[in-house]
Write a protein that binds this ligand. Structure first.
Ligand code: PAF
Length: 278
């Protein structure tokens, strides 16, 4: 498995695969891979002839004061995981390879990006849409794989692919959890022991909401109230948002009648974690 750092080296490799009629899968990541990423790679390997994993901490999706500098990075560890999962190539560019110093073109979106994570991270999805469309142009995959943990990101990318006519199948993959329920995330590495225990409140509270719905509660405001009060019972947790939304449009739902996404972002100490349940 090769680690390729430049667009000029990557393009002819993918073009040669395409010439042979091979199907190419792309797994975009910011590296520091965990079992969640591995499940995306394994799925991509099972559905395509060749798989590219991009490993790039994308500066444009971090806001001022966020964790761009401290975001964990370890390309050797990532390469070992990719190799084990059966990937063919890692695309690992430097920021200067992806963005010209005078870059002034971005991909932005209205609507879906304004609520949930977009409220506290107003430029985040512009950065995500920009880098993902660049990766789509550079790799030109047949399919691209994204985790359901970032449910808003998945909905945004599906919409972007539709609106901008990318001929790429967007594949959403289930959340992978630790044995105790914590959703896998590269940011879990920021948590100390006490915070790691406290972080379980996200999944527990989402399950409480799901149970309420299963037991017949349809009023979204009652469900949100119960989830928020459960999260707030954990002293190390501070709610950023709890929302119940349509999973395709990210619009708020008042009465839960059909498929609904309960999504939350919670600060555990200084670390902001997200999780959701359908
Ligand atoms: O989900 C991520 O890791 C990132 O947002 C993505 C899709 C790789 C874009 O940088």
């Amino acid at each position: 498995m090769q680690v390729i750092k430049t667009i000029d080296k990557l393009r002819p490799i993918v073009k040669a695969w395409k010439k042979e009629g091979l199907r190419v899968g792309l797994v975009p990541t910011m590296g520091y891979l965990h079992e969640g990423h591995k499940s995306l790679i394994v799925r991509a390997v099972s559905e395509n002839d060749k798989v590219v994993v991009s490993d790039f901490v994308n500066p444009t999706q971090f806001g001022a004061g966020e964790d761009l500098a401290s975001y964990p990075r370890d390309i050797d560890r990532d390469a070992a995981i990719c190799e084990q999962a059966g990937a063919d190539l890692i695309f690992h560019p430097e920021p200067e390879e992806m963005y010209f110093t005078d870059n002034c073109t971005f991909v932005d979106m209205d609507g879906l990006t304004k609520g949930l994570c977009g409220k506290t991270r107003p430029t985040h999805f512009r950065g995500v849409c920009t880098v993902v469309s660049k990766l789509f142009h550079i790799v030109a995959p047949d399919r691209a794989y994204f985790g359901q943990k970032d449910a808003q990101q998945l909905a945004v990318i599906r919409r972007m692919a539709r609106d901008l006519n990318f001929d790429i199948e967007i594949v959403g993959c289930p959340i992978v959890r630790e044995a105790d329920g914590l959703a896998m995330s590269s940011r879990n590495t920021y948590l100390n022991d006490a915070e790691r225990k406290a972080a379980l409140i996200l999944h527990k509270s989402l399950m409480l909401g799901k149970e309420m719905i299963e037991q017949g509660e349809h009023d979204a405001s009652q469900i949100k109230k119960a989830i928020i009060s459960n999260i707030e019972s954990e002293p190390l947790a501070k709610v950023d948002y709890v929302e119940i939304v349509n999973p395709d449009t990210m619009e708020n739902i008042d009465t839960v009648e059909d498929l609904a996404l309960i999504a939350t972002a919670v600060y555990i100490g200084k670390t902001r974690l997200i999780d959701n349940v359908m």
